[in-house]
Write a protein that binds this ligand. Structure first.
Ligand SMILES: [Zn+2]
Length: 240
């Protein structure tokens, strides 16, 4: 009898161990797998890219169309960095709103009309703006202005009734750097119009920002006045 009881408890223990293993396997399967990037931002691809949220408390995507057809996928580490930066901005500058632009396809690769954005490590951010009353408002992106990309700012940062909020850009870039450090990734470079960069560096912490990040120095192939392009560095596998 005792032997039978012992055998019974052994079988029960074995059953519990199997159930625990099954449960832990199920939990892992429910988690999103980490991304694997290949090659470079100019020639690359990505597996298991994560799609950025279309909106949050203080941010939104540039277009619901772009969002729906999947033009806002990134590497999971970039995903965490971008969203954490918005979260920290919410605590620091509550009243400011931000709009992000295009990032890349779910599997990466050629992403017209962009030259890069191929391996989940590039993100376009539209410039935060204020209206004539100084209120922070989203840049009016629509199909009429190529989802914001056709908007042209003057060298003083003006477009119609909108003015670029350089202090908000600086705060955003500081938050991005802080979040990138937290997730052990780096910011390779920020591409932004050369004239507008000068105004960014004149903000309260502009000089500090200039020393902290690498900004484009040459004129890029398209004018980056309505958005700033950020490339991140994550170790990637060889492109194949
Ligand atoms: Zn870009």
């Amino acid at each position: 009898m005792t032997e039978l009881l012992q055998q019974g408890s052994k079988v029960y223990c074995l059953y519990m161990i199997i159930m625990l293993l099954l449960c832990s396997t199920n939990t892992n399967a429910a988690d999103k797998p980490e991304s694997i990037c290949y090659g470079t931002t100019d020639k690359g691809r990505i597996e298991n890219a994560w799609q950025l949220s279309s909106s949050g408390a203080n941010f939104s995507a540039y277009s619901t169309v772009g969002d729906t057809i999947g033009r806002n996928y990134v590497h999971n580490k970039v995903y965490d960095t971008v969203l954490d930066a918005y979260k920290s901005l919410q605590q620091k500058i509550l009243e400011k709103v931000f709009v992000y632009g295009e990032t890349g396809w779910k599997s990466g690769g050629r992403f017209l009309p962009h030259k890069s954005h191929q391996n989940g490590l590039s993100v376009d951010f539209f410039v935060p703006v204020v209206d004539t009353k100084g209120k922070s408002v989203p840049l009016p992106a629509s199909p009429l202005n190529k989802f914001g990309y056709n908007i042209e700012f003057t060298s003083k940062g003006k477009y119609k009734e909108y003015s670029i909020d350089f202090e908000a850009i600086a705060a955003h870039l500081f938050s991005l750097k802080e979040a990138a450090d937290k997730h052990n990734i780096k910011i390779w470079r920020v591409i932004f119009d050369n004239d507008l960069q000068k105004l960014l560096f004149k903000t309260s912490k502009g000089k500090e920002l200039q020393a902290l990040l690498t900004f484009s120095t040459k004129k890029s192939w398209v004018r980056h006045d309505e958005h700033y392009h950020v490339d991140f560095i994550v170790p990637c596998r060889e492109f194949r």
